[in-house]
Design a protein around this ligand. Structure first.
Ligand SMILES: [Zn+2]
Length: 240
């Protein structure tokens, strides 16, 4: 069981943790991209549904007007049939006026129906664009899903290799430092370790004592007193 740990081991350990953090970041980016594309597809779908609903509403309105027109026409025909049965001129004239007024009303209805049909046509013209947007959004989502799927397997394979490498290197840590090391890694990840820069901690830039540097040179496990990072010497200082 090791009682000391070389700067080289700690350097490797830190490099592995940085690599792991980077791989986890890359893995997390994939689902975010898929979520964005999914949202785009949903928005395009809602727009398309909106257009279809508008067409439905306009059609309903046109149908109602057409029904009104038909019953108005029936009513006019009934009134026309009654013309022959009129007994007085006055009665006849009143009926004629009524028919004329009803014809005016059907003219208005006819115009309204025409307007409603034009409205339907106008809305229908926006449908292809909405459909194209949905198709395009679907295609983009499928593409991004396929790409992320491929990347994710590659990243996971890479992650597994780095993880295996980590476990091997971790065996070189003194057993009495393992617990605090794991605690630090768990809370800070790659930030749990720092290289010594000159006479300072490379993580928080606070000065470290000469005694700490001496201990590091003796391959002892040393933590920064201000930030708690596990310290290690840079490559140049341990060459001798
Ligand atoms: Zn520090």
């Amino acid at each position: 069981m090791p009682l000391a740990v070389s700067a080289e081991t700690l350097r490797t350990l830190h490099r592995i943790h940085q690599q792991l953090a980077d791989l986890h970041d890359q893995l997390a980016a994939g689902p975010r991209q898929i979520a964005t594309r999914t949202k785009h597809l949903e928005a395009a779908g809602e727009k398309q549904t909106g257009v279809l609903n508008d067409i439905k509403k306009a059609k309903l309105l046109a149908d109602q007007k057409q029904l009104q027109l038909r019953s108005a026409e029936v009513k006019i025909r009934d009134l026309e049939a009654k013309l022959n049965a009129c007994k007085t001129n006055r009665e006849y004239q009143t009926l004629r006026d009524q028919i004329a007024a009803d014809r005016m009303a059907t003219k208005v209805l006819e115009d309204e129906i025409l307007e409603a049909l034009e409205l339907i046509d106008g809305i229908r013209k926006t449908l292809p664009e909405a459909e194209t947007a949905v198709t395009a959004a679907k295609k983009l989502l499928t593409e991004v899903q396929a790409r992320i799927g491929g990347e994710t397997s590659a990243l996971q394979a890479h992650l597994a290799r780095v993880q295996a490498e980590l476990e091997i290197i971790e065996h070189e840590l003194p057993v009495e430092s393992l617990e605090s090391y794991r605690r630090m890694i768990k809370s800070k990840g790659a930030d749990a370790m720092a290289v010594v820069e000159g006479q300072s901690c490379g993580g928080c830039f606070q000065q470290i004592t000469g005694n700490m540097v001496a201990e590091l040179k003796m391959n002892k496990v040393v933590s920064c007193r201000s930030c708690g990072r596990l310290l290690y010497l840079p490559e140049s200082s341990t060459a001798s």
